[in-house]
Design a protein around this ligand. Structure first.
Ligand SMILES: Nc1nc2c(ncn2[C@@H]2O[C@H](COP(=O)(O)OP(=O)(O)OP(=O)(O)O)[C@@H](O)[C@H]2O)c(=O)[nH]1
Length: 319
């Protein structure tokens, strides 16, 4: 029995790994416990320390363990991953001391820590999967909300649109006029209303049929629509009746607008030939109701019809 064997013989019963290493990294001897962890059927003695360390542990050995042993002569409680011959990682906590002859490593297994790490990794995987699922669910929800918003907008547009001409309808007209009257009552900017009625429209229906009457309504709607600028709100409010809400325009300005429209329509060509419109104009008064303003514009329209049609008339009280 050699001197080394005698020393190791005393420590073979320990529940810890013990390793004797030359400063060059050559393993001089190990106890049987360490041999069992790393190479149950092989012999570690004579191998190099880097043969039993994981990749990361090798770097750690060079950058931390060796310098610490060289500088302080000992290290305490460093965590290290050994690598078995079957490529299993074995976590150990390492204490080491440098003697005159060799470095002595004592390593305690950390099976519990390994198990915790494993459990943590599993939990992380589960959490990641759950996060991915909830992200998917959120994305789906956002899509559905977007769809709902679009459908609501479509419904809102449908509810405000005249199906024959595609213009805004009476509902839209009333909402717009109500809003603009409220603005007028708070900020003093004028607002005017123009009512438009196609002249002798009944005779178009009577002589050319209802379908041709519809085509004429579509055609005249396009023409009116093309002649609106930003903030001039056109709507079809009845059979052959249209209205334009004109925010920030006085009665006189609205009359000019109405006159321009009248000329445009009179100059146009329609499925049944030429036609004209009559227009009634009124400027809103403070705190006036929609009905009040509408009735004054309608009275002006009636005057235009009575005066021979194809003309625009401003409500008398506005002038
Ligand atoms: N084709 C068609 N005709 C409609 C529609 N709505 C209303 N009308 C017709 O429009 C005509 C309106 O006629 P009246 O109110 O008598 O007036 P008008 O013939 O235009 O005569 P004045 O307004 O006095 O110049 C009626 O014949 C209605 O049937 C519609 O959606 N399509």
């Amino acid at each position: 029995m050699s001197q080394n064997d005698a020393i190791v013989g005393d420590i073979n019963q320990l529940p810890a790994g013990v390793l004797y290493m030359a400063p060059s990294g050559l393993i001089l001897d190990v106890n049987s416990e360490l041999n069992r962890w790393i190479a149950p059927t092989g012999i570690l003695k004579g191998q190099h320390i880097s043969d039993i360390l994981s990749g990361a542990a090798r770097i750690f050995y060079l950058t931390h363990i060796q310098p610490a042993l060289a500088n302080k002569g000992h290290i305490e409680e460093m965590f290290l991953h050994l690598k078995s011959k079957e490529n299993q990682l074995i976590s150990v906590v390492l204490n080491a001391v440098r003697t005159d002859y060799c470095d002595v490593f004592v390593m305690l297994p950390m099976a519990k820590r390994q198990q915790f790490e494993q459990e943590l990794m599993e939990a992380r995987k589960v959490a990641e999967a759950a996060t991915a699922k909830s992200k998917e669910a959120y994305a789906e929800l956002a899509q559905l909300q977007q769809l709902l918003t679009e459908k609501n907008q479509e419904l809102e547009a449908l509810a405000s649109t005249d199906s024959l001409t595609g213009l805004h309808n009476r509902r839209y007209f009333q909402n717009t006029l109500e809003r603009e009257l409220e603005n007028f009552n708070t900020n003093d900017e004028p607002v005017s209303l123009v009512l438009i009625d196609i002249d002798h429209f009944k005779s178009i229906n009577d002589s050319h049929g209802h379908d041709m009457g519809d085509q004429t309504l579509i055609s005249i709607s396009e023409n009116l629509s093309e002649n609106m600028r930003h903030c001039e709100y056109l709507a079809r409010i009845g059979g052959e009746e249209f209205a334009v809400v004109l925010p920030q325009q006085s009665g006189k300005q609205a009359l000019k607008f109405a006159e321009r429209l009248r000329k445009v329509i009179a100059a146009g060509h329609y499925p049944t030939g030429k036609l004209t419109i009559s227009l009634g104009v009124a400027e809103a008064r403070k705190n006036e109701s929609i009905q009040g303003l509408y009735m004054r514009a309608d009275a002006a329209l009636y005057s235009a019809k009575g005066a021979g049609r194809n003309r625009a008339v401003l409500d008398e009280s506005t002038q």
